[in-house]
Design a protein around this ligand. Sequence first.
Ligand SMILES: [Zn+2]
Length: 233
Amino acid sequence: MVDSAEAARRNIVMIAAHPDDIAHGMGGTAWLLKDKYQLNVLCLTKGERGLSREVSEETASIREKEEAAACKLLGANLTFLGLIDGEVFAGREICERVAEILKELDPIAVFAQWPVNVPDHTAAFTIAMKACSLAGIYHTTEFYMLENGVGGQTNQFEPDMYVDISDVVEHKKDLIRCHACQFRGENHIEKILSRNVFRGLLARCDYAEPFKTINPPVNRRWGSKTGNILLDL
Ligand SMILES: [Zn+2]
């Protein structure tokens, strides 16, 4: 088990292509983690194409504020990394920059997006993987991939683990509400949560968020006494 005083000093890093990806994909789990660890969101873009096909500074400004509001609820540090929505590429420069951040934060776990997905999410996954490798933490840091729930973005996703978010589902709703500009119809939140209900059916709880691991969770696998953070929730 994680010693609470020790855990409070450890970082968790969540790497996402767009504002709203974390809230939709793992808002409940992030809420469960937030009092045990320092959360850090690395957002590769400001979602500049979130409201039209053209890059819009106005849209970026709206979505930057929305992500900041969600991160404030989570007590998470937020860093935007300056890429452009729809133009996320896993080039050397961004991979090295994320690696430097990972070296500094020395996270106990990294969350990234499942790669069989919209192309920006695929690139975000690759950036996360490469950065972990460059930072030298690939074999020592827990690495989880999350399911994004907007518009069926995540495909071929067979979870390894489920987190029961039933007790914090109202907080997940609050996090999703922060991203009002991305709502797809009046019942947007219910549609998003229907995926968590489906996952909950599989996990025998009311609402669940699913994750995949790069390496299967095994006791003491990570060279650390802390074990697997999701099993401690
Ligand atoms: Zn996204």
